[in-house]
Design a protein around this ligand. Structure first.
Ligand SMILES: [Zn+2]
Length: 204
């Protein structure tokens, strides 16, 4: 099987719990420590086998990291691992995951080599909001329910509010609505991108 390593949690000694996103499932499995076992790193794509265990989680075996050339770029790897962590938290109670999520991660991994990684992740998140029916493009503040003006701020899930209602970075409403409705960040400058990324890090 193949999948992306969303999360690695150390348990006892050097054993760990590993969460993997495969095409239709989120798999939680157990990795026993062994000096000759290859290392499991969050964010990598993995080829693996599962050994079912009646009493406990399946055991992770015969693993092999499948590389992307950009994984040696420390800055890109950290951004990617943040994306994996956010996705793991978001899908934590989901066992049978829609293929949408795996396909999205695959397409992001392919884009990471050439494109700005923060833009790739923001554009992926706009797709997630749309797919899950959580995209709000209405002209009302989610805090006070009054109409928005040209300047807005965003809360979690990119919900729009008056800057004074939420006390966050001030953003241009038209730019943000264009981003959310098209899923493209091409018209946004780098400062706006950074602000959106910081909001995203608060959680999906
Ligand atoms: Zn308001």
């Amino acid at each position: 099987m193949q999948g992306y390593i969303l999360k690695v949690q150390k348990v006892k000694d050097e054993d760990c719990l590993v969460t993997i996103l495969s095409s239709h499932k989120q798999i939680k499995c157990y990795r026993f420590y062994g000096a000759r076992h290859s290392i499991i790193t969050q964010g990598f794509k993995l080829d693996f086998e599962l050994i079912e265990s009646k009493a406990f989680l399946p055991h992770l075996r015969s693993t092999m990291h499948l590389g992307f050339s950009w994984l040696i770029d420390r800055e890109k790897l950290l951004i990617w691992q943040n994306f994996m962590r956010l996705l793991a938290d978001h899908l934590r109670d989901v066992e049978d995951s829609d293929e949408f999520y795996f396909e999205l991660v695959e397409s992001c991994a392919k884009k990471f080599h050439r494109q700005n990684p923060i833009r790739v992740i923001l554009e992926a998140y706009a797709k997630i909001l749309k797919f899950e029916g959580r995209l709000h493009l209405d002209n009302y503040c989610f805090i006070c329910d009054n109409p928005l003006s040209d300047e807005i701020s965003l809360g979690r899930a990119f919900l729009a509010a008056h800057p004074i209602c939420i006390n966050k970075y001030i953003l241009n409403k038209d730019d943000i609505m264009k981003f959310l409705s098209t899923g493209s960040t091409a018209h946004l400058d780098d400062n706006t991108i950074k602000s959106l990324y910081l909001i995203l890090l608060e959680g999906f």
